[in-house]
Design a protein around this ligand. Structure first.
Ligand SMILES: *[C@@H]1O[C@H](CO)[C@@H](O)[C@H](O)[C@H]1NC(C)=O
Ligand SMILES: [Ca+2]
Length: 214
């Protein structure tokens, strides 16, 4: 009996030895791939030039007057005292008869006009006789620099009053006809000004308007 138990125990002992499970260590080698994404943000600073003043279309000529820019263009067409104040608006709603800052501007206006019509023409410009000089001859009080005032709202000074000899003469001022020599004109070939009245008509007008950021 004891023998049998021993045999059995021995048997189990051996089986037990045999059955001790072998621990299998499975080493999983995990490789970690680190992807580094480098985002390079390139900030390109484009220096945008400030917008430049220009004229609305190329048939206007830009004149730099320092603190502002002015555009001029000739209106061609029959003009007299009846339409003198409206012909420029047919070119652009903002356009008015143009004055002159100095002799160089009237020369510029003349060359523009001559490039379009190469013979002498008379054009209304933006200067009207001041009322206190109505019916006054050319004299010390109503002189070439004092008898007229610029009408375009921007031109100032008296350097632009470049008159022909003996002008403004207020022709017929005392003739009793009542012709008021209110309006100033320019001759395109001589680049000189002359005052005319409502008995006369000319070939157009020198128009002006402010330049803008078009
Ligand atoms: C005449 O006016 C123009 C602008 O139209 C200006 O550039 C120029 O310097 C002026 N000339 C003189 C002598 O003042
Ligand atoms: Ca005259």
């Amino acid at each position: 009996m004891i023998f049998c138990v021993c045999v059995i125990l021995a048997f189990f002992a051996r089986v037990g030895d045999f059955c001790i499970p072998t621990q299998q260590v499975v080493t999983t080698s995990s490789s970690t791939t680190t992807t580094t994404t480098t985002t390079t943000t390139t900030t390109t600073t484009t220096t945008t030039p400030p917008p430049e003043l220009s004229c609305i279309t190329t048939d206007w000529t830009l004149i730099n007057r320092g603190s502002y820019s002015w555009c001029i263009r000739v209106y061609w067409g029959y003009a007299n005292y009846l339409n003198v104040d409206s012909v420029c608006a047919t070119l652009h709603a903002d356009a008015v008869r143009s004055g002159f800052l100095n002799a160089s501007e009237i020369a510029t206006a003349s060359s523009i006009a001559l490039a379009e019509r190469n013979y002498n023409q008379r054009l209304f410009v933006g200067a009207d006789r001041i009322s206190s000089c109505y019916y006054q001859p050319l004299n010390a009080v109503c002189s070439g620099t004092t008898a007229f005032g610029w009408t375009d709202g921007v031109t100032s000074g008296t350097d632009g009053f470049v008159w022909a000899v003996g002008q403004p003469d207020n022709l017929l001022y005392n003739s009793g006809t009542g012709f008021s020599q209110i309006w100033a004109t320019m001759s395109t070939m001589t680049a000189l000004m002359d005052d005319i009245g409502d008995d006369d008509a000319v070939q157009g007008a020198l128009c002006g308007m402010k330049a803008d950021y078009y």
